[in-house]
Design a protein around this ligand. Sequence first.
Ligand code: NAD
Length: 416
Amino acid sequence: MPATDRTMLEGARASVDTAVSGLGLGDDMREVLLQPWREVTVGLPIRMDNGSIRVFEGYRSQHNAARGPYKGGIRYHPHADLEHTRALAMLMTWKSALVDIPFGGAKGGVMVSPRDLSQGELNRLTRRYTMSMHHILGVNRDIPAPDLGTTAQTMAWIMDAYGAINGHTPGVVTGKPVEMGGSYGRAAAPGRGTAFIGCLAAQDLGISVDGASVVVQGYGQVGAAAAATMADAGARVIAVSDISGGTRNPKGLDLLALDSHIKLGGDVIEFPGGESLTNDELLELECDILIPGAIEDVITTENAPDIKARLVVEGANRPVTAEADPILADAGIAVIPDILANAGGVIVSYFEWAQNVQVFRWNLERVNRELDNILTRAYHATRETSNDKGVSMREAAYQVAVARVSDAIQIRGFIH
Ligand code: NAD
């Protein structure tokens, strides 16, 4: 990332600052909104398969629980440090508030490259993390979910380790395998929601989704589901990538063939149904809709002037830096912010939690219908604020979210 661009935490704080000013809230409330309520750092000693011991560092940042229990994913990534985790925790508070579900915001992380660990090592690491954190987790306290580098399997291990201490508690984590109390539709929800919001925004901008060209960075849980949903809606997905690079076909990629290629162990860049390209080239392709769905800080002051999409929909968390935002705006490129675009994951996590608490299961049709309803409401609340106040969709989303959290802090008499 260029030195001119602020870090993710600084960018997240700046968005809150702007919203606080736009809403006319005072400096006292600004401080309360920016400060995490609790943070825990733990050392995690693990016996590796070769008999040696390695100690990993783990984190949980609980940003704010004014509107309900803390909620947020756990990330296994070599760059997952406390500052990063703190920024992502804050995003979760605003995301839950914007879509009006009864959760606060948190995030967890372990500084580790999960690709380098065996399944046995990952299981032991996850159990150790859970044992070290279980006193601050709970169905009415803090409910983790998957994020980069963690999966439904990771959530099943957490549920098992937490249950060994506290009794069977499936509602302590979401994003579990369906066999373990997971919700139908949870795995696809963040990507499906990203595409759904992308379609609403495209309509508003006069872009016809039928035949629209779509580029997706990150063909993982979010990106693959976003691409598939866009293709189902009639769009042409002309390029996608993973960490190794991308594949491009201006006529539209055959996503089913790509999925089979990946299932057989292939990387996206080697897909025979397209031409290979780098992630940098992919971001700068001419297209109607660009979905950065891999990691943060990929559209910066360096490449923002070269982005040729008409609409950018943030599938990943904070892929556009605070400094790149105005460059895109000046070029007439609309940006739909992460806290709206990828909220499908936490919404269906909320459904999963509610199903677990009620010991009852919804079918997929109900999950998707209720997901679409919540996303539609959140999109229109953001669009109306954007129109009424003449601010960007990001500023509008933050104003809606920050106002709700600030109201909750005051109504519950948290500061007395
Ligand atoms: P994932 O691990 O399933 O997929 C990530 C994809 O991005 C993979 O294809 C990976 O190869 C690719 N990638 C990683 N580093 C890259 C790089 N430097 N350049 C290009 N591609 C790269 O993760 P995911 O769950 O799909 O999450 C993706 C993003 O969406 C993250 O920012 C995450 O925080 C966010 N998110 C995830 C969820 C969820 O429920 N999974 C919900 C909301 C937001």
